[in-house]
Design a protein around this ligand. Sequence first.
Ligand code: FES
Ligand SMILES: [Fe+2]
Length: 352
Amino acid sequence: MIELTPALSEHRLKGQVREIGINPNYWYAVAWAHEIKPLQILAITLWNQELAIYCDDQNIVRAVENRCPHKGVALHRGVVQRDAIVCPYHGWKFQNGQCTHIPYFPIDQKLPTACLRTFPVREQYGIIFVFPGDPAQADQIPLLDIPQYANPNWLMIPVSAHFNAHYTICNENTMDVFHGYLHRNLQGWFDPVLLKLEEAEASVRADYRVSYRGAIARFLGLNDTSKVITRTISVNYQYPNYINSLQDLSYLYLMRSPISQHESRSFSLLFVNVRLPKWLIALLQPVLERVIRNRLFMRFLAQDIAMIESEYENYLRDRSRRYVEVNPAIIALQRVMIRQYNFSLDCSTGES
Ligand code: FES
Ligand SMILES: [Fe+2]
């Protein structure tokens, strides 16, 4: 068991952590794959970078800067032609970042050099990921591994969330197992104890012992009776995502998508090992998915969002005010996020 203490020497971190940016040299979840239909364009923002994401006629998803190099018009208002995106204003056409056609130019006239920034994209697990950093590094950085995906033993529940808060506050909420108090009316967990904490350059893993009781615990296969049951929850932050597990009973893959200093999203895949035959899981999937998402997950999430947004509002009212953090796992998480941000700054300024 790890003792919780007010870590006075670390207070400086807390203020600084709300001002950091992201390390762009990772894959970030930006949309659900079903949101982008062939030949359609979706406008999204990833850490202040506006992107137009489109699906071409070969079903390949592409991401470009959402700003025409001609006069800056938003390209998501345009159209897709085969693998190209066409600006709505003067009809300039862009393929692989190059302007390849201007409709009012004579056929033999040389086209201006007008480059459109493109971004590496991957579609996996029903999610679109974008690599906003140095494209040369994209292939070396692996996507999150989700072995439970498409495995019929697991019931998968996708969940989206939006937060009016800096992403670091959202991440701290996920690491903070001590807020079971907030969810007490939902029969959440109680009596948390931090058992183990490991910190590395880009990760923090905290194991907590928690207790459950009641109908939700029974539903999740934690308990057949009304007795209290104790389990270990692993909260594993692997920049910029979370992989949390409740022993072998459920897994939560939470992909954080920072929009700006003031806004964040998350794309989560919750896997539950429901104790039903596979054929019945397949049959009940749509109903179970809706019930678990709306009756369970979203109710917890709504309570979390209220706290996260309140914390951020008060931070904005007085940025110099310091608060008392007592959970070493949160302090470790803050260090990792700051380190990753600083690391990206060092790279961009050419330092080692
Ligand atoms: S602004 Fe895009 S073509 Fe002119
Ligand atoms: Fe919560």
